[in-house]
Design a protein around this ligand. Structure first.
Ligand code: ZN
Length: 245
Protein backbone atom coordinates (compact mmCIF):
# COMPACT_ATOMS: atom_id res chain seq x y z
CA UNK A 1 0.00 0.00 0.00
CA UNK A 2 1.19 3.51 -0.79
CA UNK A 3 0.22 6.22 1.69
CA UNK A 4 0.18 9.98 1.38
CA UNK A 5 0.87 11.36 4.87
CA UNK A 6 -0.23 14.94 5.54
CA UNK A 7 -0.12 17.16 8.60
CA UNK A 8 -0.77 20.74 9.66
CA UNK A 9 -2.76 21.96 6.67
CA UNK A 10 -3.94 25.00 8.65
CA UNK A 11 -6.70 26.26 6.33
CA UNK A 12 -4.26 26.78 3.45
CA UNK A 13 -6.27 25.65 0.43
CA UNK A 14 -3.67 26.65 -2.17
CA UNK A 15 -1.03 24.52 -0.42
CA UNK A 16 -3.35 21.51 -0.11
CA UNK A 17 -4.31 21.76 -3.78
CA UNK A 18 -0.66 21.84 -4.86
CA UNK A 19 0.23 18.84 -2.70
CA UNK A 20 -2.66 16.79 -4.07
CA UNK A 21 -1.68 17.66 -7.64
CA UNK A 22 1.95 16.71 -7.00
CA UNK A 23 1.03 13.42 -5.32
CA UNK A 24 -1.65 12.39 -7.83
CA UNK A 25 -1.26 8.74 -8.83
CA UNK A 26 1.45 8.08 -6.25
CA UNK A 27 -0.74 6.80 -3.40
CA UNK A 28 -3.80 4.70 -2.60
CA UNK A 29 -4.65 6.01 0.86
CA UNK A 30 -4.29 9.34 2.69
CA UNK A 31 -3.66 9.83 6.39
CA UNK A 32 -3.83 13.20 8.18
CA UNK A 33 -2.08 13.94 11.48
CA UNK A 34 -4.22 16.91 12.50
CA UNK A 35 -4.40 20.70 12.49
CA UNK A 36 -6.70 21.04 9.51
CA UNK A 37 -7.55 24.60 10.51
CA UNK A 38 -6.15 27.66 12.26
CA UNK A 39 -3.91 30.45 10.81
CA UNK A 40 -5.18 30.36 7.20
CA UNK A 41 -8.24 31.84 5.51
CA UNK A 42 -9.89 28.74 4.01
CA UNK A 43 -11.10 26.54 6.86
CA UNK A 44 -14.27 25.34 5.12
CA UNK A 45 -12.78 24.31 1.75
CA UNK A 46 -10.02 22.41 3.59
CA UNK A 47 -12.36 20.65 6.04
CA UNK A 48 -14.90 19.87 3.28
CA UNK A 49 -12.16 18.19 1.26
CA UNK A 50 -10.67 16.28 4.18
CA UNK A 51 -14.09 15.04 5.30
CA UNK A 52 -14.84 13.70 1.85
CA UNK A 53 -11.46 12.18 1.07
CA UNK A 54 -9.42 11.20 4.13
CA UNK A 55 -10.74 8.29 6.21
CA UNK A 56 -8.02 8.42 8.87
CA UNK A 57 -7.64 11.81 10.57
CA UNK A 58 -6.57 12.53 14.15
CA UNK A 59 -7.10 15.88 15.83
CA UNK A 60 -4.53 18.61 16.40
CA UNK A 61 -4.47 21.34 19.01
CA UNK A 62 -5.89 23.90 16.56
CA UNK A 63 -8.75 21.57 15.64
CA UNK A 64 -9.63 21.43 19.33
CA UNK A 65 -9.29 25.18 19.86
CA UNK A 66 -11.27 26.08 16.72
CA UNK A 67 -14.16 23.77 17.59
CA UNK A 68 -14.49 24.53 21.28
CA UNK A 69 -12.95 21.27 22.60
CA UNK A 70 -10.10 23.16 24.25
CA UNK A 71 -9.61 26.66 25.61
CA UNK A 72 -7.36 29.18 23.86
CA UNK A 73 -5.16 29.89 26.87
CA UNK A 74 -2.04 28.18 25.47
CA UNK A 75 -2.19 30.09 22.19
CA UNK A 76 -0.22 33.22 21.32
CA UNK A 77 -2.17 36.28 20.24
CA UNK A 78 -2.15 35.66 16.48
CA UNK A 79 -3.09 32.00 16.89
CA UNK A 80 -5.88 32.91 19.29
CA UNK A 81 -7.23 35.57 16.95
CA UNK A 82 -7.17 33.12 14.03
CA UNK A 83 -8.88 30.43 16.13
CA UNK A 84 -11.69 32.78 17.13
CA UNK A 85 -12.06 33.91 13.50
CA UNK A 86 -12.21 30.25 12.38
CA UNK A 87 -14.74 29.31 15.04
CA UNK A 88 -17.19 31.89 13.70
CA UNK A 89 -16.69 30.92 10.04
CA UNK A 90 -16.90 27.13 10.15
CA UNK A 91 -20.15 25.65 8.89
CA UNK A 92 -22.11 23.75 11.57
CA UNK A 93 -21.24 20.42 9.90
CA UNK A 94 -17.53 21.23 9.77
CA UNK A 95 -17.54 22.41 13.36
CA UNK A 96 -19.19 19.15 14.41
CA UNK A 97 -16.67 17.14 12.40
CA UNK A 98 -13.65 18.86 13.99
CA UNK A 99 -15.21 18.58 17.42
CA UNK A 100 -15.55 14.80 17.03
CA UNK A 101 -12.08 14.06 15.57
CA UNK A 102 -10.33 11.26 17.48
CA UNK A 103 -7.39 11.90 19.72
CA UNK A 104 -4.03 10.30 18.94
CA UNK A 105 -2.25 7.98 19.32
CA UNK A 106 -4.09 6.05 16.63
CA UNK A 107 -2.99 2.65 15.35
CA UNK A 108 -3.50 2.14 11.65
CA UNK A 109 -2.06 -0.57 9.38
CA UNK A 110 0.87 -1.21 11.74
CA UNK A 111 1.73 2.48 12.06
CA UNK A 112 1.21 4.72 15.07
CA UNK A 113 -0.18 8.18 14.35
CA UNK A 114 0.12 11.10 16.76
CA UNK A 115 -0.23 14.86 16.42
CA UNK A 116 2.40 15.86 18.98
CA UNK A 117 3.81 12.89 20.88
CA UNK A 118 2.64 9.47 22.00
CA UNK A 119 2.64 10.72 25.60
CA UNK A 120 0.78 13.98 25.01
CA UNK A 121 -1.01 15.01 21.82
CA UNK A 122 -0.02 18.67 22.45
CA UNK A 123 3.68 18.07 23.13
CA UNK A 124 6.34 19.30 20.67
CA UNK A 125 9.02 16.77 19.70
CA UNK A 126 11.72 19.06 18.32
CA UNK A 127 15.13 18.10 19.73
CA UNK A 128 16.91 14.73 19.96
CA UNK A 129 16.42 15.06 23.73
CA UNK A 130 12.63 15.32 23.23
CA UNK A 131 12.74 12.29 20.93
CA UNK A 132 14.86 10.20 23.31
CA UNK A 133 12.18 10.62 25.97
CA UNK A 134 9.49 9.43 23.54
CA UNK A 135 11.18 6.39 21.93
CA UNK A 136 10.88 4.06 24.96
CA UNK A 137 7.09 4.37 24.66
CA UNK A 138 6.90 3.55 20.96
CA UNK A 139 5.83 -0.04 20.26
CA UNK A 140 5.32 0.33 16.51
CA UNK A 141 8.35 0.38 14.30
CA UNK A 142 6.95 3.38 12.47
CA UNK A 143 5.34 6.38 14.15
CA UNK A 144 4.26 9.49 12.27
CA UNK A 145 3.91 12.82 14.07
CA UNK A 146 3.21 16.45 13.22
CA UNK A 147 2.74 19.61 15.30
CA UNK A 148 6.28 21.02 14.94
CA UNK A 149 5.88 21.89 11.23
CA UNK A 150 9.43 20.59 10.71
CA UNK A 151 9.95 17.88 8.09
CA UNK A 152 12.12 14.92 9.08
CA UNK A 153 12.37 13.29 12.49
CA UNK A 154 14.39 10.64 14.25
CA UNK A 155 15.50 7.05 13.94
CA UNK A 156 16.75 4.70 16.65
CA UNK A 157 19.59 2.53 15.32
CA UNK A 158 20.76 -0.13 17.79
CA UNK A 159 19.90 2.13 20.69
CA UNK A 160 21.47 5.22 19.15
CA UNK A 161 19.34 8.20 18.15
CA UNK A 162 19.93 9.72 14.73
CA UNK A 163 18.33 12.81 13.19
CA UNK A 164 16.48 12.58 9.87
CA UNK A 165 16.70 15.95 8.16
CA UNK A 166 15.78 15.95 4.46
CA UNK A 167 17.65 18.40 2.23
CA UNK A 168 14.70 19.69 0.20
CA UNK A 169 16.78 21.72 -2.25
CA UNK A 170 18.07 18.45 -3.68
CA UNK A 171 14.61 17.19 -4.68
CA UNK A 172 12.63 14.30 -3.17
CA UNK A 173 14.55 12.55 -0.39
CA UNK A 174 14.40 8.78 -0.04
CA UNK A 175 14.62 6.91 3.22
CA UNK A 176 14.77 3.12 3.08
CA UNK A 177 13.33 1.56 6.23
CA UNK A 178 15.45 -1.16 7.82
CA UNK A 179 13.80 -3.86 9.89
CA UNK A 180 15.50 -3.57 13.24
CA UNK A 181 15.26 0.21 13.45
CA UNK A 182 12.51 2.39 14.91
CA UNK A 183 11.30 5.53 13.20
CA UNK A 184 9.61 8.71 14.41
CA UNK A 185 8.88 10.72 11.28
CA UNK A 186 7.21 14.03 10.49
CA UNK A 187 5.89 14.79 6.98
CA UNK A 188 6.27 18.52 7.70
CA UNK A 189 3.47 21.04 7.35
CA UNK A 190 1.29 21.37 4.27
CA UNK A 191 0.03 24.83 5.09
CA UNK A 192 2.57 26.60 7.31
CA UNK A 193 6.11 25.16 7.15
CA UNK A 194 8.49 26.38 9.86
CA UNK A 195 11.77 24.80 8.81
CA UNK A 196 12.97 27.74 6.75
CA UNK A 197 11.54 26.47 3.47
CA UNK A 198 8.24 28.09 2.45
CA UNK A 199 7.22 25.21 0.17
CA UNK A 200 4.51 22.79 1.20
CA UNK A 201 5.77 19.58 2.83
CA UNK A 202 4.43 16.03 2.69
CA UNK A 203 5.66 12.46 2.56
CA UNK A 204 4.82 9.24 0.77
CA UNK A 205 5.18 5.87 2.47
CA UNK A 206 5.28 2.66 0.46
CA UNK A 207 4.67 -0.24 2.87
CA UNK A 208 5.62 -2.92 0.30
CA UNK A 209 8.94 -1.34 -0.60
CA UNK A 210 9.42 -0.07 2.98
CA UNK A 211 10.36 3.32 1.62
CA UNK A 212 9.64 6.90 2.65
CA UNK A 213 9.89 9.80 0.25
CA UNK A 214 9.97 13.35 1.64
CA UNK A 215 8.66 15.98 -0.77
CA UNK A 216 8.52 19.78 -1.00
CA UNK A 217 6.32 21.52 -3.51
CA UNK A 218 5.74 25.15 -4.48
CA UNK A 219 2.19 26.49 -4.22
CA UNK A 220 0.32 29.71 -5.00
CA UNK A 221 1.73 31.64 -2.04
CA UNK A 222 0.54 35.14 -3.07
CA UNK A 223 -3.09 33.97 -3.26
CA UNK A 224 -2.94 32.29 0.17
CA UNK A 225 -1.31 35.41 1.65
CA UNK A 226 -3.82 37.73 -0.04
CA UNK A 227 -6.75 35.78 1.42
CA UNK A 228 -5.30 36.06 4.94
CA UNK A 229 -4.94 39.84 4.56
CA UNK A 230 -8.39 40.23 2.99
CA UNK A 231 -9.95 38.24 5.84
CA UNK A 232 -8.54 40.68 8.37
CA UNK A 233 -6.46 37.97 10.05
CA UNK A 234 -3.15 39.09 11.65
CA UNK A 235 -0.83 40.15 8.77
CA UNK A 236 2.05 38.30 10.40
CA UNK A 237 0.26 35.06 9.48
CA UNK A 238 0.57 36.03 5.82
CA UNK A 239 4.20 37.19 5.93
CA UNK A 240 5.51 34.17 7.85
CA UNK A 241 4.26 31.86 5.05
CA UNK A 242 6.74 33.55 2.69
CA UNK A 243 9.75 32.70 4.83
CA UNK A 244 8.69 29.32 6.18
CA UNK A 245 8.89 30.38 9.83
ZN1 ZN B 1 0.04 22.91 13.54
Amino acid sequence: MRYLILSDIHSNWEALEAVLAAARGLYERIICLGDLVGYGADPNPVVDWVRANIPVVIRGNHDKACSGVDSLEWFNEAAREAAMWTLTRLTPDNLKYLNALPKGPWESDGMTLVHGSILDEDEYVVSPRDASQVFPYLDARLTFFGHTHIQGGFVLVEGELQIVRPQPAKGPQYLELVNHEKYLLNPGSVGQPRDGDWRSAFLLYDSNLQRIIFHRIEYDLPTAQGKIRAAGLPVHLASRLGVGR
